[in-house]
Design a protein around this ligand. Structure first.
Ligand code: HEM
Length: 318
């Protein structure tokens, strides 16, 4: 959790501070409203101060971007920056609303500015919510987690490994794919181990002894046609193995059609598919964790540009 939970003692002063600042601004705004008899806008005293502070907060919010990228800017911890970013960003909302006459505004630039601002705030709140809970969900639901960028690589390695097992212990289904990287090896199961001894009679190596499992041609065929493509492409390939229920049915049918000796190989294939499903889920959660930034960050920059136009234009017409 970024905010709340165990970090609550560090958030508490921020919450108290922004609540106090927002309440003071609202009280001033309310007083001016009742004294003047109409909604104060950006040129009223409280509206102007709210606008200046809100604008400065927006500038500070934008600084998070270079802070992340410029090494010499590593002033304060990343956590402290994020905490200030979140709480000050939330404080900006009431301040900017009061500056903007509680949204009773006109003019294309003003409306665009407010719309972009509100989307930036809403996307920030949404992103914060995701960052609070999704990482825990990834840990809970994806025990076999790997680095997002390495998923395809790890999946290809796993597909090659189970492929070697299938070629080693199952009868070939026929077809080009049976000529794998260890083509020509026996199609066999490990039935025991043979000790290799050195000159002085000491065991230097233990070699597996293989035997073919008869009646396993179907496993080789299913591996080549369905399991391997799924392990390599995951749910992108549209395989029915991407669904847990369908995969259970698939492997139950395979088990029923194969000798009992093949159960271990089928279990291994099923585990590989389960791991691939977990990688897919992890990729989905990971992408969801970062996709909101595609709205938040570009619109933040648009907000910066609109603000840079708004300030001189508003001062000019004041
Ligand atoms: C006008 C207000 C705001 C502006 C201009 C703004 C701008 C930005 C910028 C430029 C980034 C940097 C992204 C990066 O480094 O790639 C960012 C990240 C972020 N913002 Fe905002 N933001 C605003 C308000 C908010 C609010 C109100 C919240 C939450 C309540 C929020 C939550 C976040 C979070 C969680 C991140 C990403 C942190 C991370 O991925 O580590 N922002 N924002």
């Amino acid at each position: 959790m970024i905010i709340g939970g165990r970090t609550w003692p560090r958030d508490r002063p921020w919450v108290a501070g922004i609540a106090l600042a927002a309440a003071a601004a609202a009280a001033w705004y309310g007083w001016e409203w009742s004294a003047g008899g109409r909604l104060p806008g950006g040129s009223s005293r409280p509206g102007f101060v709210c606008g200046v502070v809100g604008g400065l907060i927006i500038l500070f919010e934008l600084l998070l971007w270079p802070r992340r990228r410029v090494r010499s800017w590593r002033l304060g911890s990343a956590q402290a920056w994020l905490r200030a970013h979140v709480w000050l960003g939330l404080l900006a909302l009431p301040l900017v609303l009061m500056h903007a006459r509680l949204l009773v505004i006109g003019g294309l630039l003003n409306v665009a500015l407010m719309a972009v601002f509100l989307v930036v705030i809403a996307s920030g709140v949404w992103g914060l919510w995701l960052q609070q809970f999704l990482p825990g969900m990834i840990l809970d639901e994806v025990p076999g987690e790997t680095i997002r960028e390495q998923i395809d690589h790890v999946a290809a390695r796993e597909a090659a490994e189970v492929g070697r097992l299938v070629r080693a212990v199952c009868e070939p289904a026929g077809g080009a794919d049976d000529e794998g990287d260890d083509a020509g090896s026996e199609f066999a199961v490990v039935t025991g181990f043979r000790a290799m001894t050195g000159i002085q009679g000491r065991v230097v190596e233990t070699l597996p002894v293989y035997a073919v499992i008869p009646g396993t041609r179907e496993i080789s065929r299913r591996f080549r046609e369905e399991i391997r493509p799924f392990l390599l492409a995951g749910r992108r390939g549209g395989s029915p193995l991407a669904g847990r229920r369908q995969a259970e049915g698939f492997f139950a049918a395979l088990r029923a059609g194969c000798p009992a000796d093949a159960a271990g190989v089928i279990d291994r294939l099923e585990r590989a598919c389960e791991q691939r499903r977990q990688f897919d889920l992890q990729a989905r959660l990971h992408d969801r964790l970062h996709r909101w930034l595609l709205v938040h960050v570009p619109l933040s920059f648009a907000l910066g540009v609109l603000l840079a136009v708004h300030v001189p234009v508003a001062l000019w017409y004041w």
